[in-house]
Design a protein around this ligand. Structure first.
Ligand code: SAM
Length: 244
């Protein structure tokens, strides 16, 4: 992670949860994860230990908290983690989430105290990770035997996938989505069994009508709709799954 991308997420942390696309992606990621992970059932008396890598302000961690025994929510951005810490001070906030501000690249990082996890999730993070092969190897190293990854991010379906981000939000974007074949290779190479990469859902998202359009601020949808000029695109989201 570069300093400029860290600065970008520190700046965006305060308004992150107000972005309807982020809320929509979290809801769909939660459904995709629950569907594939029976151990997250609310009825399970032995709830799994979860790691949320690149947790941001903790949207997914908070949604998963009733389904997990504990959740470690890691993010390298101090602004994002501080937003999560604030939420955890609210009355009735979950008590099983631990935020950690760190960029973890090694499963034996001392800040993890030798912890291993039953389920690792990570939503909308992998397009920011410089070396995805190393990231997948890291998740393998952080799992208990029999543990699973259920990682979600948008798919690189070709040059048009660049439109996922407006041009002034490209800081820290390492790739315009995940390549299905590449992810399958990384999952298999890391040693996962039952590796599977599939489209989990499709998200319709408003995009710039031309590169740089939103530099002065995103135009109000209501005006664009009246003018019939709202520009939307469908983005596939991949679910990257594997068992150790
Ligand atoms: C698009 S945000 C997604 C945040 C959260 N997962 C969500 O869905 O709301 C990407 C997050 O990934 C974090 N990040 C960037 N590079 C990372 C890396 N190499 N490892 C872990 N997290 C990273 C950023 O700090 C940022 O909070």
């Amino acid at each position: 992670m570069t300093d400029s991308s860290n600065a970008r997420f520190n700046t965006e942390a305060e308004t992150w949860d107000l972005n309807p696309d982020v809320q929509s992606a979290t809801k769909s990621a939660l459904a995709a994860i629950l569907e594939r992970s029976p151990s997250l059932s609310l009825d399970n008396p032995n709830k799994p230990k979860v790691l949320d890598l690149g947790a941001g302000t903790g949207l997914l961690s908070l949604a998963l908290s009733p389904h997990a025994s504990t959740i470690l929510s890691i993010d390298p951005s101090p602004g994002m983690i501080s937003a999560l810490e604030t939420k955890l001070t609210f009355p009735n906030s979950p008590k099983n989430i631990t935020p950690l501000c760190a960029l973890i690249t090694d499963p034996s990082d001392p800040r993890l105290n030798n912890q291993k996890f039953d389920i690792i999730v990570s939503n909308l993070v992998m397009h920011h990770v410089p070396n995805l092969k190393e990231f997948i190897n890291l998740t393998y190293g952080l799992l208990s035997p029999g543990g699973v990854i259920c990682l979600t991010d948008f798919e690189n379906t070709g040059p048009e996938a660049r439109k996922f981000h407006p041009e002034d939000k490209m800081d820290g974007v390492e790739r315009h989505g995940l390549l299905r074949s590449e992810m399958e290779e990384f999952v298999n190479d890391a040693g996962f069994t039952e590796g599977k990469v599939e489209v989990g859902w499709v998200m319709r998202k408003q995009v710039e009508r031309f590169p740089g359009e939103w530099k002065g601020g995103k135009p109000k949808s209501v005006v664009l709709e009246a003018e019939g000029e709202r520009c939307e695109m469908d983005f596939n989201f991949l679910v990257v799954w594997g068992r150790k």
